[in-house]
Design a protein around this ligand. Structure first.
Ligand code: NAG
Ligand code: NAG
Ligand code: NAG
Ligand code: NAG
Ligand code: NAG
Ligand code: NAG
Length: 394
């Protein structure tokens, strides 16, 4: 399956470059005046839901799923069609339906129970809900940043870019899976005793976390880190029975739910053994608390922190180690940093961060949503995005 998959992606990659006839990185001047979100790059608002952590895990997502069932079924059908397009005959989905349910009870609590509840509430076969939950552990290419203003307030912004190489629609110049994902974006308020514990921007049907805030304490996002030791290997090992690492998005969820300080969050993110490499972007609640943690599966390779004395008032991560050059075909870091530098620390705010995240190619055809977080106000807001042509495919 591995090499077939890779061949498929290489093929789609080449087809995309050749047939899309767009420069891979369409670049523009730094945007201004984009906030409040409106116009062609703003596709819609995100609905809020409450998930009550006092309920048994299998009942927590019932409200979300009852609203989003139809969109989830459409999305999973799109994944199946994609699978059929490179392993025709339906064999792959047969395997997913037959064999993946066997691993559900190897997943840690409460994720196993929540996934079973989602399958039951949506009527989607359990194996396919598990596949949907594995899906985001690979191929999320994003931009995340934490910035400190002149008064020491911390802001955290991110674009979630997903669906690379997953079905390019030639006519509409869109990624099939990216488009199907947009209706599934939800904001969730996780509560205990009727009080907010943390909030996140999420995909309905997905129990891990990629973006979230623990109000007044810390903010957290996760970006994929490509590596030879990455992606499939750890996940495949898990399925085959070697289960000593943690799923990355389960760790972020667990940290958001249970870590009570920036330091505790940082230590857990740096030290927990993982299934695949990752970048964790973490912001705290006071001056100097912001970092990018670069992870291999077993250890933290680097923690890059805000440093007022060095004039480092923001840290920004796409999908490349910060001490290396990004891949020239995929340099969203330089344009994003150029716009941050132009904005200057004195002007940094939710508004100006939205400008940076709205500038192509930081905004691109994969961008599903933008989330903005202000830790001291306990605020999280998110927006569904569109990138009208001309626009970079990634
Ligand atoms: C392409 O865009 C048209 C018009 O916006 C829409 O009706 C159609 O469903 C889109 N096609 C796909 C495959 O998304
Ligand atoms: C939470 O609030 C609802 C009404 O808003 C109430 O019915 C319920 O008992 C409360 N639960 C707890 C644990 O306080
Ligand atoms: C958080 O901690 C509680 C209490 O120990 C535990 O029941 C819960 O499963 C934990 N949550 C996650 C996501 O690990
Ligand atoms: C920052 O977080 C710590 C917990 O780590 C908390 O004790 C403190 O009150 C928070 N500070 C602010 C200003 O919210
Ligand atoms: C932005 O500013 C930082 C700090 O001065 C500098 O290291 C970096 O090269 C600048 N990047 C761009 C793209 O302007
Ligand atoms: C930054 O703020 C200064 C003064 O407040 C203003 O003159 C300038 O236009 C602002 N720049 C941007 C990029 O918003």
């Amino acid at each position: 399956m591995g090499s077939g998959l890779i061949c498929h992606f290489v093929l789609v990659f080449l087809l995309t470059i050749v047939s899309a006839k767009i420069a891979p990185l369409y670049t523009e001047e730094c945007r201004t005046g984009m906030y409040p979100p409106r116009g062609p790059t703003f596709k819609g608002a995100v609905t809020w839901y409450t998930v009550d952590l006092d309920l048994p895990p299998s009942k927590r997502w019932t409200g979300v799923i009852s609203d989003k069932k139809a969109d989830l079924v459409t999305m999973i059908q799109a994944i199946k069609d994609l699978a059929d397009s490179f392993v025709p005959s339906g064999k792959l989905i047969e395997l997913v339906d037959r064999d993946l349910p066997l691993i559900v009870n190897t997943l840690p609590y409460p994720f196993n129970e929540e996934i079973k509840g989602i399958a039951k509430d949506s009527g989607v076969p359990l194996g396919e809900v598990i596949l949907f939950n594995i899906f985001y552990e690979v191929f999320t290419v994003c931009t995340s940043l934490v910035a400190e203003d002149a008064d020491g307030n911390l802001f955290h912004g991110r674009n979630l870019d997903f669906g690379l190489f997953m079905g390019w629609d030639l006519k509409n110049k869109t990624w099939t899976i990216t488009e199907k994902l947009k209706p599934l974006v939800v904001n969730v308020d996780f509560t205990r005793n009727n009080r907010t514990v943390f909030k996140s921007t999420n995909f309905a049907g997905y129990v891990g976390m990629l973006t979230g805030i623990r109000p007044h304490t810390f903010t957290l996002t996760m970006n994929e880190r490509f590596s030879l030791d990455g992606g499939y290997i750890g996940i495949l090992e898990w399925i085959l029975g070697k289960r000593d690492g943690m799923w990355m998005s389960f760790l972020t969820r667990s940290v958001l739910e249970n870590a009570t300080s920036y330091e505790e969050a940082k230590n857990r993110l740096a030290q927990t053994k993982l299934l695949a490499p990752a970048y964790f972007i973490l912001g705290g609640n006071q001056t100097g608390q912001g970092c990018v943690i670069t992870r291999s599966r077993v250890l933290s390779l680097d923690i890059w922190e805000l440093e007022r004395k060095l004039g480092r008032w923001y840290v920004l991560e796409t999908n490349y180690d910060h001490w290396k050059e990004p891949l020239f075909l995929d340099d969203r870091r330089t344009p994003a940093m150029r716009c941050m530098n132009q904005t200057m620390q004195a002007n940094i705010s939710i508004k100006t961060i939205y400008n940076v995240l709205s500038t192509k190619p930081v905004l691109n055809k994969l961008t599903t949503y933008t989330t903005l977080m202000d830790v001291s106000k306990g605020r999280l807001e998110s927006y569904i995005r569109d990138c009208p042509s001309p626009c970079s495919p990634w």
